[in-house]
Design a protein around this ligand. Structure first.
Ligand SMILES: Nc1ncnc2c1ncn2[C@@H]1O[C@H](COP(=O)(O)OP(=O)(O)OP(=O)(O)O)[C@@H](O)[C@H]1O
Length: 607
Protein backbone atom coordinates (compact mmCIF):
# COMPACT_ATOMS: atom_id res chain seq x y z
CA UNK A 1 0.00 0.00 0.00
CA UNK A 2 1.50 3.34 -0.98
CA UNK A 3 1.90 5.98 1.69
CA UNK A 4 -0.62 8.29 0.01
CA UNK A 5 -3.30 5.57 -0.21
CA UNK A 6 -2.60 4.73 3.42
CA UNK A 7 -3.17 8.31 4.54
CA UNK A 8 -6.45 8.57 2.57
CA UNK A 9 -7.63 5.31 4.10
CA UNK A 10 -6.79 6.46 7.62
CA UNK A 11 -8.58 9.73 6.92
CA UNK A 12 -11.71 7.99 5.73
CA UNK A 13 -11.62 5.58 8.69
CA UNK A 14 -11.62 8.61 11.02
CA UNK A 15 -15.34 9.39 11.70
CA UNK A 16 -14.76 13.17 11.56
CA UNK A 17 -12.65 12.78 8.45
CA UNK A 18 -15.27 10.77 6.64
CA UNK A 19 -18.19 13.07 7.57
CA UNK A 20 -16.31 16.28 6.75
CA UNK A 21 -14.97 14.88 3.47
CA UNK A 22 -18.45 13.77 2.40
CA UNK A 23 -20.03 17.13 3.36
CA UNK A 24 -17.34 19.09 1.52
CA UNK A 25 -17.50 16.85 -1.53
CA UNK A 26 -21.31 17.26 -1.65
CA UNK A 27 -21.07 21.06 -1.36
CA UNK A 28 -18.36 21.35 -4.02
CA UNK A 29 -20.22 19.00 -6.35
CA UNK A 30 -23.51 20.87 -5.94
CA UNK A 31 -21.80 24.20 -6.54
CA UNK A 32 -20.00 22.92 -9.64
CA UNK A 33 -23.24 21.48 -11.00
CA UNK A 34 -25.18 24.71 -10.37
CA UNK A 35 -26.22 25.20 -14.03
CA UNK A 36 -27.56 21.63 -14.13
CA UNK A 37 -29.26 21.60 -10.72
CA UNK A 38 -30.84 25.00 -11.13
CA UNK A 39 -30.83 26.26 -14.71
CA UNK A 40 -32.12 29.74 -13.83
CA UNK A 41 -30.42 33.11 -13.77
CA UNK A 42 -29.35 33.78 -10.16
CA UNK A 43 -30.12 37.49 -10.65
CA UNK A 44 -33.49 37.01 -12.36
CA UNK A 45 -36.09 38.62 -10.08
CA UNK A 46 -39.83 38.81 -10.05
CA UNK A 47 -41.25 41.23 -7.53
CA UNK A 48 -44.45 39.25 -7.60
CA UNK A 49 -42.60 36.38 -5.86
CA UNK A 50 -40.76 38.51 -3.26
CA UNK A 51 -40.56 36.61 0.06
CA UNK A 52 -42.47 33.76 -1.61
CA UNK A 53 -42.37 30.36 0.11
CA UNK A 54 -41.24 27.04 -1.37
CA UNK A 55 -43.05 25.93 -4.51
CA UNK A 56 -42.56 23.51 -7.38
CA UNK A 57 -39.20 24.29 -9.04
CA UNK A 58 -38.25 26.64 -6.17
CA UNK A 59 -37.78 24.33 -3.14
CA UNK A 60 -36.24 27.03 -0.92
CA UNK A 61 -38.55 29.86 -1.98
CA UNK A 62 -37.66 33.46 -2.97
CA UNK A 63 -35.71 36.33 -1.42
CA UNK A 64 -36.77 39.96 -0.94
CA UNK A 65 -36.27 40.74 -4.66
CA UNK A 66 -38.12 37.62 -5.81
CA UNK A 67 -34.94 35.70 -6.77
CA UNK A 68 -34.78 31.93 -6.41
CA UNK A 69 -32.89 31.18 -3.18
CA UNK A 70 -31.57 27.74 -4.26
CA UNK A 71 -30.14 29.19 -7.48
CA UNK A 72 -28.45 32.03 -5.61
CA UNK A 73 -27.17 29.63 -3.01
CA UNK A 74 -25.55 27.41 -5.67
CA UNK A 75 -24.12 30.26 -7.75
CA UNK A 76 -23.18 32.16 -4.58
CA UNK A 77 -21.26 29.06 -3.48
CA UNK A 78 -19.31 29.19 -6.76
CA UNK A 79 -18.26 32.75 -6.07
CA UNK A 80 -17.58 32.23 -2.38
CA UNK A 81 -15.53 29.07 -2.87
CA UNK A 82 -13.92 30.52 -6.03
CA UNK A 83 -12.87 33.57 -3.99
CA UNK A 84 -11.34 31.33 -1.34
CA UNK A 85 -9.47 29.40 -4.04
CA UNK A 86 -8.03 32.66 -5.43
CA UNK A 87 -6.93 33.80 -1.97
CA UNK A 88 -5.37 30.39 -1.33
CA UNK A 89 -3.61 30.30 -4.69
CA UNK A 90 -2.03 33.71 -4.06
CA UNK A 91 -1.07 32.75 -0.51
CA UNK A 92 0.47 29.45 -1.64
CA UNK A 93 2.32 31.03 -4.56
CA UNK A 94 3.84 33.68 -2.32
CA UNK A 95 4.24 31.81 0.94
CA UNK A 96 5.52 28.37 -0.08
CA UNK A 97 8.40 29.22 -2.48
CA UNK A 98 9.61 32.07 -0.29
CA UNK A 99 9.40 29.83 2.80
CA UNK A 100 11.38 27.14 0.98
CA UNK A 101 14.08 29.58 -0.12
CA UNK A 102 14.34 31.27 3.27
CA UNK A 103 14.37 27.97 5.19
CA UNK A 104 16.83 26.21 2.89
CA UNK A 105 19.32 28.96 2.18
CA UNK A 106 18.82 31.30 5.15
CA UNK A 107 21.05 34.37 4.79
CA UNK A 108 19.91 37.79 3.65
CA UNK A 109 16.79 36.51 1.88
CA UNK A 110 15.61 34.87 5.10
CA UNK A 111 16.17 38.09 7.07
CA UNK A 112 14.44 40.25 4.45
CA UNK A 113 11.51 37.84 4.06
CA UNK A 114 11.04 37.64 7.83
CA UNK A 115 11.00 41.39 8.05
CA UNK A 116 8.31 41.67 5.36
CA UNK A 117 6.27 38.86 6.92
CA UNK A 118 6.35 40.48 10.36
CA UNK A 119 5.19 43.71 8.77
CA UNK A 120 2.30 42.05 6.91
CA UNK A 121 1.25 40.13 10.02
CA UNK A 122 1.14 43.33 12.01
CA UNK A 123 -1.47 44.79 9.62
CA UNK A 124 -5.12 44.40 10.67
CA UNK A 125 -6.63 42.28 7.86
CA UNK A 126 -10.11 43.81 7.93
CA UNK A 127 -8.79 47.37 7.80
CA UNK A 128 -6.48 46.53 4.88
CA UNK A 129 -9.35 44.87 3.01
CA UNK A 130 -11.64 47.87 3.59
CA UNK A 131 -8.90 50.24 2.42
CA UNK A 132 -8.23 48.02 -0.62
CA UNK A 133 -11.86 48.15 -1.53
CA UNK A 134 -11.74 51.94 -1.48
CA UNK A 135 -8.64 51.96 -3.71
CA UNK A 136 -9.10 48.93 -5.96
CA UNK A 137 -12.89 48.79 -6.26
CA UNK A 138 -15.45 46.35 -4.94
CA UNK A 139 -14.79 43.36 -7.21
CA UNK A 140 -14.74 40.24 -5.05
CA UNK A 141 -11.83 38.62 -6.93
CA UNK A 142 -9.54 41.62 -6.41
CA UNK A 143 -10.28 41.64 -2.71
CA UNK A 144 -9.51 37.93 -2.59
CA UNK A 145 -6.08 38.58 -4.13
CA UNK A 146 -5.43 41.09 -1.34
CA UNK A 147 -6.61 38.52 1.18
CA UNK A 148 -4.13 36.07 -0.38
CA UNK A 149 -1.30 38.55 0.35
CA UNK A 150 -2.47 38.83 3.93
CA UNK A 151 -2.58 35.08 4.63
CA UNK A 152 0.63 34.22 2.74
CA UNK A 153 2.75 34.74 5.92
CA UNK A 154 0.99 31.78 7.53
CA UNK A 155 2.36 29.53 4.78
CA UNK A 156 5.75 31.24 4.79
CA UNK A 157 6.27 30.67 8.49
CA UNK A 158 5.08 27.09 8.39
CA UNK A 159 7.26 26.12 5.43
CA UNK A 160 10.32 28.07 6.56
CA UNK A 161 10.27 26.48 10.01
CA UNK A 162 10.01 22.93 8.71
CA UNK A 163 12.56 23.41 5.93
CA UNK A 164 15.08 25.00 8.30
CA UNK A 165 14.97 21.86 10.44
CA UNK A 166 14.99 19.40 7.53
CA UNK A 167 17.92 21.23 5.93
CA UNK A 168 20.08 19.91 8.78
CA UNK A 169 19.04 16.29 8.37
CA UNK A 170 21.87 13.95 7.53
CA UNK A 171 20.10 12.52 4.49
CA UNK A 172 20.03 16.02 2.99
CA UNK A 173 23.81 16.19 3.53
CA UNK A 174 24.05 12.74 1.99
CA UNK A 175 22.08 13.92 -1.06
CA UNK A 176 24.44 16.91 -1.39
CA UNK A 177 27.47 14.69 -1.13
CA UNK A 178 26.07 12.39 -3.81
CA UNK A 179 26.21 15.42 -6.10
CA UNK A 180 22.48 16.24 -6.44
CA UNK A 181 21.61 19.88 -7.16
CA UNK A 182 19.72 21.99 -4.65
CA UNK A 183 16.45 22.21 -6.65
CA UNK A 184 16.36 18.43 -6.91
CA UNK A 185 17.12 17.98 -3.20
CA UNK A 186 14.37 20.46 -2.34
CA UNK A 187 11.87 18.81 -4.69
CA UNK A 188 12.69 15.33 -3.50
CA UNK A 189 13.55 15.48 0.17
CA UNK A 190 12.21 18.80 1.42
CA UNK A 191 8.92 19.37 -0.39
CA UNK A 192 7.75 15.96 0.67
CA UNK A 193 8.15 16.85 4.32
CA UNK A 194 6.25 20.14 4.07
CA UNK A 195 3.49 18.67 1.89
CA UNK A 196 1.34 17.30 4.72
CA UNK A 197 1.46 20.40 6.94
CA UNK A 198 0.67 22.54 3.90
CA UNK A 199 -2.42 20.46 3.14
CA UNK A 200 -3.63 20.89 6.72
CA UNK A 201 -2.93 24.62 6.56
CA UNK A 202 -4.83 24.85 3.25
CA UNK A 203 -7.93 23.40 4.91
CA UNK A 204 -7.66 25.86 7.82
CA UNK A 205 -6.90 28.91 5.68
CA UNK A 206 -9.77 28.06 3.30
CA UNK A 207 -12.16 28.25 6.23
CA UNK A 208 -10.67 31.60 7.28
CA UNK A 209 -10.80 32.97 3.71
CA UNK A 210 -14.44 31.95 3.32
CA UNK A 211 -15.30 33.50 6.68
CA UNK A 212 -13.46 36.76 5.92
CA UNK A 213 -14.97 37.05 2.48
CA UNK A 214 -18.48 36.42 3.85
CA UNK A 215 -17.79 38.99 6.57
CA UNK A 216 -16.86 41.61 3.97
CA UNK A 217 -19.90 40.88 1.87
CA UNK A 218 -22.09 40.88 4.95
CA UNK A 219 -20.80 44.37 5.75
CA UNK A 220 -21.75 45.34 2.22
CA UNK A 221 -18.16 45.75 1.06
CA UNK A 222 -18.43 43.46 -1.99
CA UNK A 223 -20.09 44.27 -5.28
CA UNK A 224 -23.82 43.93 -4.87
CA UNK A 225 -24.56 42.23 -8.18
CA UNK A 226 -22.37 39.12 -7.65
CA UNK A 227 -24.27 36.46 -5.72
CA UNK A 228 -22.18 35.19 -2.78
CA UNK A 229 -23.16 33.61 0.53
CA UNK A 230 -22.01 36.74 2.35
CA UNK A 231 -24.11 39.00 0.08
CA UNK A 232 -27.11 36.70 0.68
CA UNK A 233 -26.58 37.05 4.43
CA UNK A 234 -26.41 40.82 4.06
CA UNK A 235 -29.65 40.88 2.15
CA UNK A 236 -31.31 38.49 4.61
CA UNK A 237 -30.15 40.56 7.59
CA UNK A 238 -31.84 43.66 6.16
CA UNK A 239 -35.11 41.74 6.10
CA UNK A 240 -34.64 39.79 9.32
CA UNK A 241 -37.84 41.22 10.84
CA UNK A 242 -40.00 40.23 7.91
CA UNK A 243 -38.45 36.89 6.85
CA UNK A 244 -35.95 35.56 9.42
CA UNK A 245 -35.76 32.25 7.53
CA UNK A 246 -33.76 33.99 4.76
CA UNK A 247 -30.72 33.89 7.09
CA UNK A 248 -30.98 30.12 7.37
CA UNK A 249 -29.68 28.92 3.98
CA UNK A 250 -26.58 31.06 3.47
CA UNK A 251 -25.80 30.73 7.19
CA UNK A 252 -26.11 26.96 6.95
CA UNK A 253 -23.93 26.81 3.80
CA UNK A 254 -21.22 28.94 5.43
CA UNK A 255 -21.35 27.09 8.73
CA UNK A 256 -21.26 23.65 7.12
CA UNK A 257 -18.40 24.55 4.76
CA UNK A 258 -16.21 26.23 7.38
CA UNK A 259 -16.96 23.57 9.99
CA UNK A 260 -16.21 20.74 7.55
CA UNK A 261 -12.90 22.39 6.58
CA UNK A 262 -11.78 22.74 10.20
CA UNK A 263 -12.79 19.17 11.03
CA UNK A 264 -11.10 17.89 7.89
CA UNK A 265 -7.88 19.66 8.89
CA UNK A 266 -8.03 18.00 12.33
CA UNK A 267 -8.72 14.58 10.82
CA UNK A 268 -5.92 15.06 8.29
CA UNK A 269 -3.50 15.89 11.08
CA UNK A 270 -4.55 12.73 12.97
CA UNK A 271 -4.25 10.61 9.82
CA UNK A 272 -0.77 11.91 9.09
CA UNK A 273 0.39 11.60 12.71
CA UNK A 274 -0.95 8.06 12.75
CA UNK A 275 1.61 7.22 10.13
CA UNK A 276 3.55 7.09 13.34
CA UNK A 277 6.75 5.31 13.77
CA UNK A 278 7.11 4.13 10.23
CA UNK A 279 8.79 5.87 7.38
CA UNK A 280 8.30 9.45 8.40
CA UNK A 281 10.15 9.19 11.72
CA UNK A 282 12.97 11.69 11.35
CA UNK A 283 15.96 11.80 13.54
CA UNK A 284 17.92 14.56 15.06
CA UNK A 285 20.96 15.63 13.13
CA UNK A 286 24.22 15.20 14.82
CA UNK A 287 25.33 12.19 16.67
CA UNK A 288 26.09 12.18 20.35
CA UNK A 289 29.79 12.63 20.56
CA UNK A 290 31.70 9.85 22.21
CA UNK A 291 33.67 10.98 25.18
CA UNK A 292 36.27 8.26 25.46
CA UNK A 293 39.26 8.52 23.17
CA UNK A 294 39.57 5.03 21.83
CA UNK A 295 37.02 2.51 22.94
CA UNK A 296 38.27 -1.00 22.24
CA UNK A 297 35.10 -1.99 20.43
CA UNK A 298 36.70 -2.94 17.17
CA UNK A 299 36.89 -6.47 15.90
CA UNK A 300 40.66 -6.62 16.09
CA UNK A 301 42.77 -6.02 19.18
CA UNK A 302 43.58 -2.33 19.12
CA UNK A 303 47.32 -2.35 19.25
CA UNK A 304 47.77 -5.75 17.66
CA UNK A 305 49.59 -6.07 14.37
CA UNK A 306 47.30 -5.92 11.38
CA UNK A 307 45.75 -9.09 10.11
CA UNK A 308 47.73 -10.85 7.44
CA UNK A 309 45.41 -9.46 4.84
CA UNK A 310 45.47 -5.91 6.06
CA UNK A 311 49.14 -6.08 6.80
CA UNK A 312 50.13 -6.82 3.27
CA UNK A 313 50.85 -3.62 1.39
CA UNK A 314 48.11 -3.21 -1.20
CA UNK A 315 48.91 -3.64 -4.81
CA UNK A 316 49.74 -0.31 -6.27
CA UNK A 317 50.00 1.41 -2.91
CA UNK A 318 52.76 3.90 -3.44
CA UNK A 319 54.64 4.38 -0.23
CA UNK A 320 57.56 6.53 0.53
CA UNK A 321 60.68 4.45 0.50
CA UNK A 322 61.01 4.77 4.27
CA UNK A 323 57.32 4.16 4.77
CA UNK A 324 56.84 7.52 6.40
CA UNK A 325 54.18 10.05 5.57
CA UNK A 326 54.42 11.91 2.31
CA UNK A 327 52.83 15.02 3.86
CA UNK A 328 56.18 16.66 4.24
CA UNK A 329 57.06 16.34 0.56
CA UNK A 330 55.25 15.94 -2.75
CA UNK A 331 51.48 16.31 -2.78
CA UNK A 332 49.39 13.20 -3.48
CA UNK A 333 47.38 13.36 -6.68
CA UNK A 334 44.15 11.94 -5.22
CA UNK A 335 43.78 13.95 -2.00
CA UNK A 336 46.19 16.47 -0.63
CA UNK A 337 45.51 18.81 2.26
CA UNK A 338 47.97 21.53 3.18
CA UNK A 339 47.80 23.94 6.09
CA UNK A 340 44.00 23.53 6.33
CA UNK A 341 42.33 25.75 8.90
CA UNK A 342 38.58 25.80 9.63
CA UNK A 343 36.84 28.46 11.63
CA UNK A 344 33.33 29.11 12.90
CA UNK A 345 31.54 32.37 13.39
CA UNK A 346 30.69 32.78 17.07
CA UNK A 347 27.14 33.81 18.02
CA UNK A 348 28.36 36.99 19.68
CA UNK A 349 30.60 37.96 16.73
CA UNK A 350 34.21 36.99 16.06
CA UNK A 351 35.44 33.57 14.94
CA UNK A 352 36.88 30.45 16.52
CA UNK A 353 39.42 28.31 14.71
CA UNK A 354 38.74 24.58 15.26
CA UNK A 355 41.23 23.08 12.79
CA UNK A 356 44.69 24.62 12.69
CA UNK A 357 46.98 23.91 9.74
CA UNK A 358 46.31 20.26 8.90
CA UNK A 359 48.49 18.46 6.32
CA UNK A 360 47.21 15.16 4.94
CA UNK A 361 47.62 12.99 1.83
CA UNK A 362 45.71 10.02 0.51
CA UNK A 363 46.88 8.27 -2.62
CA UNK A 364 45.08 5.84 -4.89
CA UNK A 365 44.82 2.40 -3.32
CA UNK A 366 45.71 3.64 0.16
CA UNK A 367 43.65 3.67 3.37
CA UNK A 368 44.59 6.49 5.69
CA UNK A 369 43.12 6.58 9.17
CA UNK A 370 42.38 9.93 10.78
CA UNK A 371 42.23 9.23 14.50
CA UNK A 372 41.87 11.32 17.62
CA UNK A 373 39.61 11.85 20.57
CA UNK A 374 36.17 13.34 20.31
CA UNK A 375 36.29 17.01 19.30
CA UNK A 376 39.81 16.83 17.89
CA UNK A 377 38.65 18.09 14.48
CA UNK A 378 38.45 14.87 12.44
CA UNK A 379 34.94 15.51 11.13
CA UNK A 380 35.66 19.16 10.36
CA UNK A 381 38.64 18.06 8.28
CA UNK A 382 36.51 15.48 6.44
CA UNK A 383 33.68 17.97 5.88
CA UNK A 384 36.15 20.50 4.47
CA UNK A 385 37.31 17.93 1.94
CA UNK A 386 33.70 17.20 1.00
CA UNK A 387 32.75 20.89 1.00
CA UNK A 388 29.86 20.39 3.41
CA UNK A 389 30.91 22.36 6.46
CA UNK A 390 27.83 23.30 8.50
CA UNK A 391 26.49 26.84 8.53
CA UNK A 392 28.91 29.30 10.09
CA UNK A 393 31.94 27.16 9.29
CA UNK A 394 34.47 27.92 6.55
CA UNK A 395 37.91 27.00 5.38
CA UNK A 396 39.82 30.09 6.39
CA UNK A 397 43.28 29.01 5.27
CA UNK A 398 45.11 26.40 3.28
CA UNK A 399 44.66 24.23 0.25
CA UNK A 400 42.75 21.01 -0.46
CA UNK A 401 43.21 19.28 -3.80
CA UNK A 402 41.00 16.39 -4.84
CA UNK A 403 41.97 14.57 -8.02
CA UNK A 404 44.50 17.33 -8.62
CA UNK A 405 41.88 20.13 -8.47
CA UNK A 406 41.95 22.83 -5.82
CA UNK A 407 38.60 22.81 -4.05
CA UNK A 408 39.10 25.72 -1.65
CA UNK A 409 37.23 28.57 -3.28
CA UNK A 410 35.94 26.30 -6.05
CA UNK A 411 32.48 27.30 -7.34
CA UNK A 412 29.76 25.11 -5.87
CA UNK A 413 28.68 23.88 -9.31
CA UNK A 414 32.15 22.46 -10.02
CA UNK A 415 32.48 21.07 -6.51
CA UNK A 416 29.16 19.30 -6.90
CA UNK A 417 30.45 17.63 -10.03
CA UNK A 418 33.42 16.26 -8.06
CA UNK A 419 31.23 14.84 -5.31
CA UNK A 420 29.97 11.40 -6.20
CA UNK A 421 32.16 11.24 -9.30
CA UNK A 422 35.59 11.61 -7.72
CA UNK A 423 34.95 11.68 -3.98
CA UNK A 424 32.16 9.85 -2.17
CA UNK A 425 31.14 9.76 1.46
CA UNK A 426 30.11 6.98 3.85
CA UNK A 427 28.58 8.52 6.97
CA UNK A 428 28.38 7.34 10.53
CA UNK A 429 24.64 7.04 11.10
CA UNK A 430 23.24 4.86 8.35
CA UNK A 431 19.56 5.29 9.24
CA UNK A 432 19.64 9.09 9.50
CA UNK A 433 21.32 9.31 6.13
CA UNK A 434 18.49 7.57 4.33
CA UNK A 435 15.32 9.54 3.70
CA UNK A 436 12.54 7.64 5.49
CA UNK A 437 10.01 8.67 2.85
CA UNK A 438 11.65 6.82 -0.07
CA UNK A 439 12.50 3.21 -0.78
CA UNK A 440 16.13 2.15 -0.75
CA UNK A 441 16.00 1.52 -4.49
CA UNK A 442 14.71 4.96 -5.31
CA UNK A 443 17.48 6.53 -3.19
CA UNK A 444 20.11 4.62 -5.12
CA UNK A 445 18.59 5.11 -8.55
CA UNK A 446 17.94 8.86 -8.39
CA UNK A 447 21.57 10.10 -7.94
CA UNK A 448 22.82 7.67 -10.60
CA UNK A 449 20.29 8.85 -13.16
CA UNK A 450 21.33 12.44 -12.68
CA UNK A 451 25.06 12.04 -12.17
CA UNK A 452 25.66 9.37 -14.80
CA UNK A 453 22.83 10.48 -17.11
CA UNK A 454 21.63 6.92 -17.60
CA UNK A 455 18.11 5.60 -18.14
CA UNK A 456 15.96 4.49 -15.26
CA UNK A 457 16.15 0.85 -16.32
CA UNK A 458 19.96 1.02 -16.46
CA UNK A 459 20.09 2.74 -13.04
CA UNK A 460 17.82 0.05 -11.55
CA UNK A 461 20.06 -2.65 -13.00
CA UNK A 462 23.16 -0.96 -11.57
CA UNK A 463 21.49 -0.46 -8.17
CA UNK A 464 20.58 -4.17 -7.92
CA UNK A 465 24.10 -5.07 -8.94
CA UNK A 466 25.55 -2.71 -6.31
CA UNK A 467 23.31 -4.20 -3.60
CA UNK A 468 24.62 -7.58 -4.60
CA UNK A 469 28.21 -6.33 -4.47
CA UNK A 470 27.75 -5.04 -0.94
CA UNK A 471 26.74 -8.56 0.03
CA UNK A 472 23.05 -8.00 0.60
CA UNK A 473 21.43 -11.41 0.42
CA UNK A 474 18.15 -10.42 -1.24
CA UNK A 475 18.85 -7.30 -3.32
CA UNK A 476 15.35 -7.14 -4.82
CA UNK A 477 13.61 -7.14 -1.46
CA UNK A 478 15.96 -4.50 -0.04
CA UNK A 479 15.60 -2.44 -3.22
CA UNK A 480 11.83 -2.19 -2.62
CA UNK A 481 12.08 -1.68 1.17
CA UNK A 482 11.82 1.56 3.14
CA UNK A 483 14.74 2.36 5.48
CA UNK A 484 12.70 1.39 8.56
CA UNK A 485 12.24 -2.06 7.10
CA UNK A 486 15.96 -2.90 7.03
CA UNK A 487 18.56 -3.30 9.77
CA UNK A 488 21.29 -0.77 10.63
CA UNK A 489 23.95 -3.02 9.12
CA UNK A 490 21.99 -3.32 5.89
CA UNK A 491 21.43 0.44 5.81
CA UNK A 492 25.19 0.96 6.09
CA UNK A 493 25.72 -1.47 3.21
CA UNK A 494 23.14 0.47 1.21
CA UNK A 495 25.04 3.71 1.89
CA UNK A 496 28.29 2.06 0.84
CA UNK A 497 26.53 0.90 -2.34
CA UNK A 498 25.35 4.49 -2.86
CA UNK A 499 28.87 5.82 -2.33
CA UNK A 500 30.19 3.35 -4.93
CA UNK A 501 27.42 4.02 -7.41
CA UNK A 502 29.23 6.64 -9.49
CA UNK A 503 32.62 4.90 -9.35
CA UNK A 504 34.48 7.39 -7.16
CA UNK A 505 38.26 7.30 -6.74
CA UNK A 506 38.32 8.58 -3.17
CA UNK A 507 36.10 7.52 -0.30
CA UNK A 508 35.71 9.57 2.88
CA UNK A 509 34.26 7.32 5.58
CA UNK A 510 33.32 9.06 8.83
CA UNK A 511 33.22 6.46 11.59
CA UNK A 512 31.32 4.08 9.31
CA UNK A 513 30.87 1.35 11.90
CA UNK A 514 30.36 3.21 15.16
CA UNK A 515 26.58 2.86 15.09
CA UNK A 516 26.71 -0.89 14.46
CA UNK A 517 27.08 -3.87 16.74
CA UNK A 518 30.42 -5.68 16.89
CA UNK A 519 29.58 -8.54 14.52
CA UNK A 520 28.10 -6.21 11.91
CA UNK A 521 31.08 -3.84 12.35
CA UNK A 522 33.41 -6.66 11.38
CA UNK A 523 31.31 -7.50 8.32
CA UNK A 524 31.11 -3.88 7.16
CA UNK A 525 34.86 -3.37 7.66
CA UNK A 526 35.51 -6.54 5.67
CA UNK A 527 33.24 -5.22 2.93
CA UNK A 528 35.01 -1.86 2.84
CA UNK A 529 38.37 -3.61 2.65
CA UNK A 530 37.23 -5.82 -0.23
CA UNK A 531 35.69 -2.96 -2.23
CA UNK A 532 38.74 -0.79 -1.65
CA UNK A 533 41.03 -3.55 -2.92
CA UNK A 534 38.91 -4.43 -5.92
CA UNK A 535 38.50 -0.84 -7.02
CA UNK A 536 41.87 0.51 -5.96
CA UNK A 537 40.15 3.25 -3.98
CA UNK A 538 41.88 5.80 -1.83
CA UNK A 539 40.10 5.93 1.54
CA UNK A 540 40.22 8.52 4.30
CA UNK A 541 38.82 6.70 7.31
CA UNK A 542 37.78 8.96 10.17
CA UNK A 543 37.66 7.00 13.39
CA UNK A 544 38.36 7.15 17.08
CA UNK A 545 38.86 3.42 17.18
CA UNK A 546 42.43 2.18 17.05
CA UNK A 547 41.21 -1.37 16.47
CA UNK A 548 39.72 -0.28 13.17
CA UNK A 549 43.00 1.45 12.30
CA UNK A 550 45.00 -1.67 13.11
CA UNK A 551 42.68 -3.78 11.02
CA UNK A 552 42.30 -1.60 7.97
CA UNK A 553 44.71 1.28 7.54
CA UNK A 554 48.00 1.66 5.72
CA UNK A 555 48.84 4.96 7.30
CA UNK A 556 47.53 6.94 10.24
CA UNK A 557 47.30 10.62 11.10
CA UNK A 558 46.67 11.35 14.76
CA UNK A 559 44.72 14.52 15.52
CA UNK A 560 44.54 16.48 18.70
CA UNK A 561 42.88 19.82 19.34
CA UNK A 562 42.64 20.61 15.63
CA UNK A 563 46.23 19.66 14.77
CA UNK A 564 47.88 16.55 13.40
CA UNK A 565 50.43 15.53 15.99
CA UNK A 566 51.79 12.39 14.38
CA UNK A 567 51.62 10.57 11.06
CA UNK A 568 53.18 7.35 9.95
CA UNK A 569 52.45 3.83 8.83
CA UNK A 570 49.84 2.02 10.90
CA UNK A 571 52.49 -0.37 12.19
CA UNK A 572 54.84 2.39 13.23
CA UNK A 573 52.17 4.52 14.94
CA UNK A 574 50.55 1.59 16.73
CA UNK A 575 53.76 -0.17 17.77
CA UNK A 576 56.20 2.66 18.26
CA UNK A 577 54.21 5.86 18.80
CA UNK A 578 56.46 8.89 18.99
CA UNK A 579 54.13 11.60 20.24
CA UNK A 580 53.10 11.48 23.92
CA UNK A 581 49.45 12.03 22.89
CA UNK A 582 49.50 8.94 20.63
CA UNK A 583 51.07 7.00 23.49
CA UNK A 584 48.30 8.25 25.76
CA UNK A 585 45.66 7.24 23.21
CA UNK A 586 47.08 3.76 22.98
CA UNK A 587 47.43 3.60 26.75
CA UNK A 588 43.74 4.46 27.09
CA UNK A 589 42.79 1.23 25.32
CA UNK A 590 41.87 -1.32 27.91
CA UNK A 591 43.82 -4.08 26.22
CA UNK A 592 45.40 -6.54 28.64
CA UNK A 593 43.54 -5.22 31.69
CA UNK A 594 42.53 -8.23 33.79
CA UNK A 595 38.79 -8.94 33.96
CA UNK A 596 37.01 -8.06 37.20
CA UNK A 597 36.47 -10.94 39.61
CA UNK A 598 32.97 -11.98 40.72
CA UNK A 599 31.09 -9.49 42.89
CA UNK A 600 31.68 -9.89 46.64
CA UNK A 601 29.75 -8.14 49.36
CA UNK A 602 32.05 -5.74 51.16
CA UNK A 603 32.60 -6.10 54.89
CA UNK A 604 30.50 -3.05 55.55
CA UNK A 605 27.57 -4.65 53.79
CA UNK A 606 27.76 -7.90 55.74
CA UNK A 607 25.56 -7.58 58.77
N1 LIG B 1 28.75 23.80 13.99
C1 LIG B 1 29.79 24.09 14.78
N2 LIG B 1 29.96 25.31 15.29
C2 LIG B 1 31.01 25.61 16.07
N3 LIG B 1 31.96 24.71 16.41
C3 LIG B 1 31.85 23.47 15.94
C4 LIG B 1 30.77 23.08 15.10
N4 LIG B 1 30.94 21.77 14.78
C5 LIG B 1 32.06 21.37 15.42
N5 LIG B 1 32.61 22.38 16.11
C6 LIG B 1 33.82 22.32 16.92
O1 LIG B 1 34.88 21.83 16.14
C7 LIG B 1 35.72 21.02 16.93
C8 LIG B 1 36.04 19.75 16.18
O2 LIG B 1 34.81 19.02 16.00
P1 LIG B 1 34.75 17.69 15.13
O3 LIG B 1 33.31 17.42 14.89
O4 LIG B 1 35.61 17.80 13.95
O5 LIG B 1 35.35 16.64 16.13
P2 LIG B 1 35.64 15.12 15.89
O6 LIG B 1 37.08 14.91 16.09
O7 LIG B 1 35.06 14.67 14.60
O8 LIG B 1 34.84 14.47 17.10
P3 LIG B 1 33.87 13.21 17.10
O9 LIG B 1 34.73 12.00 17.05
O10 LIG B 1 33.16 13.32 18.40
O11 LIG B 1 32.96 13.35 15.92
C9 LIG B 1 35.03 20.79 18.25
O12 LIG B 1 35.67 21.58 19.22
C10 LIG B 1 33.64 21.30 18.03
O13 LIG B 1 33.15 21.92 19.19
Amino acid sequence: MSERTGTVRRLLRHPLGLVSAVVLAAIVLAVLLAPVLSPQDPNASSLRDAFGGPSAGHPLGFDSAGRDILTRLLYGGRNTLGGAVIALAVALLLGVPSGLLAGYYGGWFDSAANWVVNLVMALPAMVVLLASRAILGSTVWVLMVVLGFLVAPAFFRLVRGIVASVRNELYVDAAKVSGLRDPRIVARHVLLVVRAPIIIQVALVSGIAIGLQAGLEFLGVGSGDTPTWGAMLNEAFKNIQRAPSLMLWPGLALGLTSGALVLLAAALRDALEDRGTAPAGRRSRRRARTAAPAAPAAPAAPAAPRSADAGTPRTGTPRSADGTSPEAGERAELLSVRDLAVSYVLPGGGTREVVHGVDLDVRAGEIVGLVGESGSGKTQTAFSILGILPEGGRVCRGSVTVGGEEIVGMPERRHRALRGDVVAYVPQEPMSNLDPAFTVGSQLVEPMRHKLRISRAEAVRRALDLLDQVEIADPRRVFGSYPHEISGGMAQRVLIAGAMSCDPRLLVADEPTTALDVVVQAEVLGLLRRLQKERGLGVLLVTHNLGVVADLCDRVAVMREGRIVETGTAEQVLHAPRHPYTQKLLGAVLDGVPARGPWQPSNAEVV
